[in-house]
Design a protein around this ligand. Structure first.
Ligand code: ZN
Length: 314
């Protein structure tokens, strides 16, 4: 892979599809994910290990990991896990990263994973221990994610001190990466700059830090800029902003990957991603979900005249 400045992780196959009512068939998912890999996306979150009765749309995650690994061995694959059980199911399928998620809002954690936040933290330590039992050659990275870090539809405001406590505890427990998520699109750039700066100071320079934004209220890319200025170099995007927000009917979901990549590339930051191929992958996703609302502006306007993406300028 050529050198990249910012890692963009496509999370549409997980975050998008889990919020779409119908289930995309496995072969259709593979066609879409394959096109995402072909576009040069360095990391894809391909699904989650959550009980299929809760999220039937992602019941085929194990097969998706195996098939993507076989077809595109250089692309890093991530899967979301809500608990130790999820890790036990995920690790044998061979992902590069398991992304554990808990919520900074106690109310959201109870609803999402049905347990107090401190029980989730204890589970995270067990997940790291389980990973450490693997052969060193097959070590999988463990990401500790903090959802609703900027506000919560149930609780409202979320204290920044709680986000810092969680980040520090996850780091001490052995997280390779900390992900901070604006799950419901409440964040603003001032808050983002503060939280990421303080989290970085709290966890030290060695642990990767990732940002996950939703564009629910139109501040998604402004939040990306603020996080960039705070030193963040890993961002999640969802192709076409698929899936919306379960708490805000009609609103957009994840920040749109195509718009995110355009912004980064036009700022001179290499993502390694080919925008034309990315748009082609989006068309495949849309073809497999006819009538499903999608979002984004790059796809409507195209590139500016004479635009040279940073990844191609070198
Ligand atoms: Zn999300």
């Amino acid at each position: 892979m050529s050198e990249i400045d910012v890692v963009v992780q496509e999370v549409g196959p997980r975050d998008g599809l889990q919020n779409v009512e119908r289930t995309m068939p496995t072969d259709a998912k593979m066609e879409w994910i394959g096109a995402v890999c072909e576009a040069g996306v360095p990391q894809v979150q391909v699904g989650s290990f959550v009980p299929p009765r809760l999220i039937p749309q992602l019941a085929d995650t194990g097969e998706i990991v195996r098939r993507t690994r076989e077809g595109w061995p250089d692309v890093a694959l991530s899967v979301l896990i809500p608990n130790l059980k999820g890790a036990e199911l995920a690790l044998p399928t061979g992902p590069d990263q398991v992304a554990f998620v808990l919520s900074a809002s106690a109310a959201h954690n109870e609803r999402n994973v049905r347990r107090p936040v401190d029980e989730s933290l204890a589970d995270f330590a067990r997940i790291v221990a389980l990973r450490n039992e693997l052969d060193p050659g097959r070590r999988v990275k463990v990401s500790g994610g903090i959802a609703t870090a900027f506000g919560c539809t149930m609780q409202g405001a979320v204290p920044e001190a709680e986000v810092l406590r969680l980040a520090e505890t996850l780091a001490e427990a052995g997280a390779d990466r900390i992900g901070i998520a604006d799950t419901v699109g409440y964040a603003n750039p001032g808050q983002v700059r503060r939280v990421f700066t303080d989290v970085r100071a709290a966890i030290g320079p060695d642990i990767a830090l990732g940002a996950h934004f939703h564009d629910t209220r139109g501040l998604g890319l402004a939040n990306v800029l603020a996080a960039l200025e705070a030193g963040v170099r890993q961002f999640d995007g969802g192709m076409g902003g698929l899936g919306g927000c379960p708490y805000a009917p009609g609103a957009t979901g994840n920040i749109v990957t195509e718009d995110l990549v355009f912004m980064l590339e036009s700022m001179g930051l290499r993502t390694g991603i080919d925008l034309e191929r990315l748009v082609a992958a989006r068309r495949i996703m849309e073809a497999h979900l006819p009538g499903e609302p999608t979002h984004g502006t790059f796809v409507k306007a195209g590139a500016p005249k004479g635009f040279v993406p940073a990844s191609r300028a070198a």
